[in-house]
Design a protein around this ligand. Structure first.
Ligand SMILES: [Fe+2]
Length: 302
């Protein structure tokens, strides 16, 4: 299906002013602003659309209060958009308008698809000095600990589900996602066909059984996770888990509470895989959720 990843997620909040301050502090860039909407983007133009909880123009939300209202997936070409519209049109309403193919997943979440609007990223490799190797950071140079940190790209979306098997079938059989790993009876990681990152989606079958658990943005490297998290914490926003490093996906993480009804994560250095990857499975728990972290995971798990 040639889905390349999350282009945009629509979230709701009680207070657009608080949301604006939070996302500016998080490091995303304000792309547009009106009386009823904020759009924030990462370096590659993937990002978040923020509206008020009671906004009548949005698809219905999974739970009352701030939460997710739509996930927009970017696809690689127009043929893929047509294939997705035809596939979903077999058993559910599909609307096509302005280049956007809109429908719902099997949990009732509004999902949409468009030609991806992401732009290519440019980055320099982190300059790390390793014993026995020529210094990567030039002699007499040090690190710039004050450099601004902009999240690079949307990493993943994590949702609660009432039925893990059903939602797994939907994304795999209808949209071509690949399963990458599983927590037995609790969670499934999956990636889009056109994205090598270990996961762009993770579903958790635990109470409340619906709605947003968290979203994540990639920063460049572990150093940026630590610095960005330290800065966000210093501005008064509450950490919910981390910093730490996951085992499945191997991403370094730091989670914060957000004004959108779920957490938001900085992550970096996630595994990339292809179709030779063999999905693993293990019991969920603190020892399998992270190889190390500075705090125990919240009761919700990931
Ligand atoms: Fe995550």
């Amino acid at each position: 299906m040639s889905i390349v990843g999350l282009d945009e997620v629509t979230l709701t909040t009680e207070d657009l002013g608080v949301a604006r301050r939070f996302l500016e502090d998080f490091g995303l860039a304000l792309a547009s602003e009106s009386e009823h909407e904020l759009v924030f983007v990462a370096r590659d133009r993937t990002g978040l659309r923020i509206r008020r909880v009671g906004d009548p123009s949005l698809p219905p939300g999974p739970v009352e209060g701030p939460n997710i209202r739509q996930a927009v997936w970017g696809v690689g070409d127009a043929a893929a958009l047509e294939r997705i519209a035809a596939e979903l049109g077999k058993d559910r309403e599909v609307r096509v308008s302005g280049g956007l193919v809109s429908s719902v997943d099997d949990d009732g979440l509004a999902i949409a698809f468009r030609l991806t609007q992401r732009v290519p990223l440019t980055n320099e490799l982190p300059a790390v000095n390793v014993p026995g190797l020529p210094p990567q950071r030039k002699v007499n140079q040090t690190l710039d600990f004050d450099a601004p940190i902009r999240p690079n790209t949307f990493s993943h979306l994590v949702m609660y589900t009432p039925d893990l098997a059903r939602i797994e079938r939907f994304y795999v059989e209808r949209l071509g996602f690949r399963i990458t790993d599983r927590f037995t009876g609790m969670g499934v990681f999956m990636r889009a066909e056109g994205n090598p990152d270990h996961h762009q989606l993770f579903f958790i079958q635990r109470p409340p059984g619906k709605g947003l658990n968290h979203i994540a943005f990639h920063v460049r490297d572990m150093n940026e996770v630590m610095l960005a998290g330290k800065r966000l914490h210093a501005k008064g926003w509450a950490s919910s888990w981390g910093p730490g490093r996951h085992i499945y996906g191997a991403n370094v993480f730091w989670y914060f509470k957000s004004p959108f009804g779920g957490n938001i994560e900085y992550d970096a250095d996630m595994d990339v895989v292809d179709d030779d990857w063999k999905p693993r499975e293990t019991a969920p728990g603190p020892d399998t959720a992270a190889i190390w972290s500075t705090s125990y995971p919240p009761s919700a798990g990931h």
